[in-house]
Write a protein that binds this ligand. Structure first.
Ligand SMILES: [Fe+2]
Ligand SMILES: [Fe+2]
Length: 139
């Protein structure tokens, strides 16, 4: 399993974006702790909602910035963001139908945690990092 550790190699060079990303990591740690403690599905559902709210704010900030610096892959990048929100929304809907004693809930918790970890590790390092050059040119 991937370790979620903030690393200087994850910095895009834009402070607002990097701060947002660092907070995403904090959120993921909170969710990880919640899954370890086997919280009630409702709690995890609320945390999923928080992820959607926070990442939506971050995604629009990032998309606006991409327009400003003339990022070529802005449209494709927007689709990646939208896809993430859709996946978390689907997860939230599944969580709303579960109870703590179900085996399905354990699977769902693990899936949610892995989705967050894998998606964000990949997205920051492979996708957001493409903006780095633009940020350094537009300082
Ligand atoms: Fe980002
Ligand atoms: Fe992004």
């Amino acid at each position: 399993m991937l370790e979620m550790k903030w690393d200087p190699s994850m910095e895009t060079g834009n402070q607002d974006i990097d701060n947002d990303h660092r907070y995403v990591f904090c959120l993921i740690h909170t969710i990880e702790a919640a899954t370890k403690c086997h919280v009630h599905p409702n709690v995890l559902q609320n945390l999923a909602e928080l992820v959607i709210l926070y990442t939506s704010v971050h995604f629009s900030r990032e998309q606006q910035l991409q327009k400003k610096v003339g990022f070529e892959e802005a449209e494709e990048h927007k689709d990646l963001h939208r896809e993430f929100v859709d996946r978390v929304n689907a997860m939230k809907a599944t969580l709303s139908e579960l109870s703590t004693d179900q085996e399905l809930y354990k699977t769902c918790m693990a899936k949610f945690r892995d989705l967050l970890k894998n998606w964000w590790n990949h997205h920051i390092l492979e996708e957001d990092m493409k903006m780095k050059e633009h940020f350094s040119q537009n300082k």
